[in-house]
Design a protein around this ligand. Sequence first.
Ligand code: ADP
Ligand code: MG
Length: 689
Amino acid sequence: MAETKQSKAPVKKAAATTESKLAKLGLRTDMDLVLHLPMRYEDETEVIAIREACLRGGQTSQVEGVVTKNEIAYKPRRQLIVYIADETGELMLRFMNFYGSQVKQLSEGTRVRARGELKHGFFGAEMVHPAYKVVNEGAPLPTSLTPVYHSGEGLSQHVLRRAIADAMKRVDWTDTLPPALVQQMQLHPFEPAVKLLHYPPQQIDEHALAERSHPAWVRMKFDELLAQQLSLKRAQAARRQKGAAPLRAVGALSAAFQAALPFQLTKAQQRVLDEIRADLREAHPMQRLLQGDVGSGKTVVAALAAAQAIDSGYQAALMAPTEILAEQHFKKIAAWMEPLGVQVAWLTGSLKKKDKAAAAALAESGEAKLVIGTHALIQDTVQFSKLGLVIVDEQHRFGVGQRLTLRNKGADGLVPHQLMMSATPIPRTLAMTYYADLEVSVIDELPPGRTPIVTRVIDQNRRDEVIERVHAAALDGRQVYWVCPLIEESEALQLQTATETYETLAAALPDLVVGLVHGRLKPAEKQEVMDAFAAGHVHVLVATTVIEVGVDVPNASLMVIEHAERFGLSQLHQLRGRVGRGSAASVCLLMYQSPLGPVAKQRLMTMRETTDGFEIARRDLEIRGPGEFLGARQSGQAMLRFADLETDGWLVDQARDVAHALLHDPAGRPVVEAHLERWLGGREEFLKV
Ligand code: ADP
Ligand code: MG
């Protein structure tokens, strides 16, 4: 509340720096400022008598009085002590950090309005570091609550408030929605809603305001969700306008490939494959997410989609987020495809320059029908001769921009079909808001013959027993993953722990072969260890979370996770998914360090109770909330500012229906334009992926 002093810098420069500070917050236009709504409010509408404030105690209140005494005290530390008094009593204001100018400003006889938490200290009633303002007698009180905005470095509330108030005088307040719609949806009109949120009247329902359930908030959330839905649907329409090569042939390769598989597709696999096959035949690009729990068999479906592209005379590319995962795909798919005469190229960042160039040349000449790799695939230097299908595994691990680049590599100016895969189930409201235009296929069945994984939660102090179990399992011909404790703060420490774990286990199990794999190994070294493990030459594989995604060694049937309490739910689920892939009964031992916090306890209980990825995702959402689900990188500019997907799911449905209606009514066109302009400005590009 303390007034900032007028800057002595030239006005022009001050304006320029304020502008750049506002821009840092994403506030570029007047409408940006107007839609920068308060985080919370301060109630400065009321001044109460000092005596009453003292009686209330412990609460935040605003009082007004005249300075009776002003001194700098040095005990217990340097501080400014100011006494103010009104007709009813006296109050001490205490400032630990203060400027010389404040000492002068608060000289005796000055009238001050102070707002803060009132406490009864050793010297009587006091406020420590109150917000204060020097006023004249009878200065009017604000009639509305004072907004507090999210701000950035060097940008005071005062400056921000003024910028917003000025912008509010300039913007065009026309409601973007037609009055009939506003009425039909029982929405608060735009202008009064925004004004109310910036300057709520004193008597407002503060609870509804704070909870953001007030109709004015609902209007903002609705508008925001509507803009998102409109934009996503328009992007979808635009994509449909673009051509894609129809991949019509499910021919010789597809048939031979399916015949050569050592197993039959599950019903669920066959169903999603049919969905994908139908999409690929279309002349507009497929945009499909293939969801399936860990171990549900997504890879073979992806390979069959690739076979259709190849059968139709096109290339396919498969991109995975890590080298290990990409390499696994490569090994597996190449072993399936190469005997059928298909050349598969391998392309990652860690390849020697020469090998990379060779792989890129194979992609460019079209000799390689299938190219598998990491994000190295999307580098500018890699060109495809006739790319018809792009497959992205663990798609949520890639940024929006990365996926966009691969889409631009299609043949003849066409957009390649896109198949994205994820083992992380996305809750429905999220899927609808972030992927309004995405078709979703779900593999909701595991291949037969899998015995469910038994999960046990064990105190870390029983480590010796666990090592005994590992020994017994290995002697029984089974293989074991031993996952090292996660040390997020330090990669060096993580590495050291992994090495030490490896050494102690190797010493404790002298008759077994123990291997070690971690993120710092060179890809070739990593591969060597993984190969030895896959071939059964290593009994116990000590690993960091590098094995989290996609590693597939069916004979591994025991997993030990140390300090399981440090991992997140979805991470534990992904890790556990490395076992239970063969026919042997599998066990996952979650070791924890007691005492367990409530959240960690809840997570471990969940792991013990269920192996269903969808259920785990649901509980994860409950524990963490959706914000973290996709990560900021994923959502990019599409991140919702006002709507909360957990509580506002009903609004998502409404926004979707209204978006649909507006887009299918010729008269809705100007409405759509105006609404998108207001809410997204020029930021639509990000939603188009
Ligand atoms: P994920 O969905 O986690 O990527 P994978 O594609 O790696 O799963 O498949 C897990 C394992 O199941 C692999 O070893 C794969 O060969 C095997 N598999 C896939 N489909 C079937 C099936 N229909 N019957 C038996 N085994 C299958
Ligand atoms: Mg997989």
